[in-house]
Structure formats: C-alpha cells, structure tokens
Design a protein around this ligand. Sequence first.
Ligand code: GLA
Length: 335
Amino acid sequence: MNVKFRATAPGRVNLIGDHVDYMGGPVLPMAVQLSTTITGTRFGSEVSLTSDQESEPLQLQLPSAEPKDVSPVWGRYIAGIAQEMGATIGFSGTVSSTVPPGSGLSSSSALSVAAALAFGSAGSIAELAVLSRAGEVRATGVPCGIMDQLASAGGVAGHALLIDCASLAIDPVAVPPEARIWVVPSGQQRRLGDSEYSQRRAACEAASELIGPLPDASLEAIEELSDPILRRRARHVRTESERVRRAAEALRSGELAEFGQLMIQSHRSLADDFEVSTSVLDTLVNDLTSQPGVLGARLTGAGFGGCVVALAQPGVELRGWLVTPSAGADIELLA
Ligand code: GLA
C-alpha cells in the first residue's frame, strides 16, 4: 500500500557549548520553530522530490549511488540517509522549509532528520540522530558531531537541551519566558566542508591521545602539553564544557545575566583558543553586547562565519530571527 506521510524536523541553535560534541562534552542547544517538512507518498524504487528553496528537483534511483556524486547538491543529504539505511523503497513529494540555508541554524540536519523519518526510520531519538548524522557524513565528508541531529530529533517545546554527547542523554532545561533568544546572521556564508572543521577535530583527538578525555582533563595537564596549538584547542574543550554546565544551572535558576556572561566567555574561547571566529563575527558580538538589554552573544555552531546567538531582555529588537524553543522531529501518517 502507498503510505502518505508528512515528516517535519526543526533547525536548531546552540546556546552554548561549541566544538565539544565530537569530544564527548556537554552542549546546550535547542530546537527552533523554523523547520523542514517532507510531504510525500512512499512507493517504488525512486525518490522524486521538489523543494521550495531550490530550483532543481531531485530524482534518485534506489539503492542510492555515492551521495557525494548526487546532483543537485541538496539531494546528497537525502542520498546519504538512503545509503545509510540501505533504503530500497522511495517516495515522491515536496520539501518545504523555513530554515534559511547556510544560516547556521542547521538546515542540513533538519533535512537529514526529516529524510530519515520519510524513509521510515522508527527508532529512538538517539537512534534517529545517530542515523541522520551518519547520513550527513556520507553526504558531506565532514566528520561532524551529534549535536545538531540530536537537537532536531529530541527538541522539547519551551526547553533547551543539556546533552551529554558521550552518552547521548538529553536533560531538558526550561527556558525562562523572559529570555529572548535571537539568531543574528553575520552575512558571512559558511560551508562546513570548506572549513577547517576536520583539522580542529583532529587536533582535539591528538590532544586527547596524550592526556585523555578533554571535557574533564585537568587544567594542569593541558598547560603541560608542549604543542601550543594542541594546548589551546584542549583548553577550549575543557573550559567550554565547564561553561555549559554552569550555563545550564544558571538557566535553571533564571540567572540570565550570568548566562549572558558565560556566552561572552564562550565566544572569547572560540575566538582565541579554538580560532574559529572571524573579524566579522567578533565585531558583531561586540556590537550586540554593547547594546542595552543584550545580556550576551556568541558565535554559534561551527564558526568561520554563519550566525551569532544573542540573549536579550524583552523589548530589545535585533536584526535577525527571534527563535523559540520548540518540539523535535515528528512524522504523521496521512489518510
Ligand atoms: C557543527 C557540527 C556540530 C558541532 C558544531 C560545533 O554544527 O555539525 O556537530 O560540532 O559544528 O559545535
């Protein structure tokens, strides 16, 4: 029987905790109200999709060819999931999305998670995220962490998600209603595949070989690392992990000023120790945090361009998207 479905997966913003997920550290993202929906009918051995954000449609024969060779480029995410799942039954339909591509709100994870549901993945939230991440790695070749897919799969309305990336456990933390979270685009387009993301990850792994898991490494051991680059990368992972834990506590107890200060410290660490900021992002963070009512701001996601996330008091208007903590991915079977 042909199954009709509507699979929806949200984008995400990371409030604090960047470049720690792939080292098993804690992160604090939230799913946002901007999302990607695939509406379609399952049948046959082909995926046939149009997209409201892309001019070229996708025709993909199953079992899927090498995802990196698929054209148009957006179809690689669908092919990555198809290959990861060994899918042989396809679907025909449309993709519609309110997640701006290249914004830093993880449009790629929203598409991958929605595609996994569209192909019929029915596992737990963690399984859905692991599958979606593996599909994205096939599509892009970038060894990303699990944060984006887990935030999209496991979002909880009204809550940020304290995620332990070692165990994949999610602890929802209520976001106080007076917290206004803005995502402000820097205007600098980022493409993870072109970035030094893989190099940063490799440096962290090299440091971890020497001193053990970085999120809990002792600061003394880090300072004794002889390579100054490994030392700085490790210091970021260690101090960022601690900031995330403190930020989750601050959010729980409604101490938003404290949360904002931790965001500012996080940005400094990403800029100085991890070297993933740009002068455009630094200027934007400075401009935002000097505005009255803005409690904190930092680059969010991988860096190298993309967006800044800012925490503001009610009444402040920033040039970007006001995002609200939203529910995670879901599939609806239609009659
Ligand atoms: C990208 C990756 C994530 C994470 C962030 C940095 O968004 O997809 O897994 O590593 O960068 O925190």
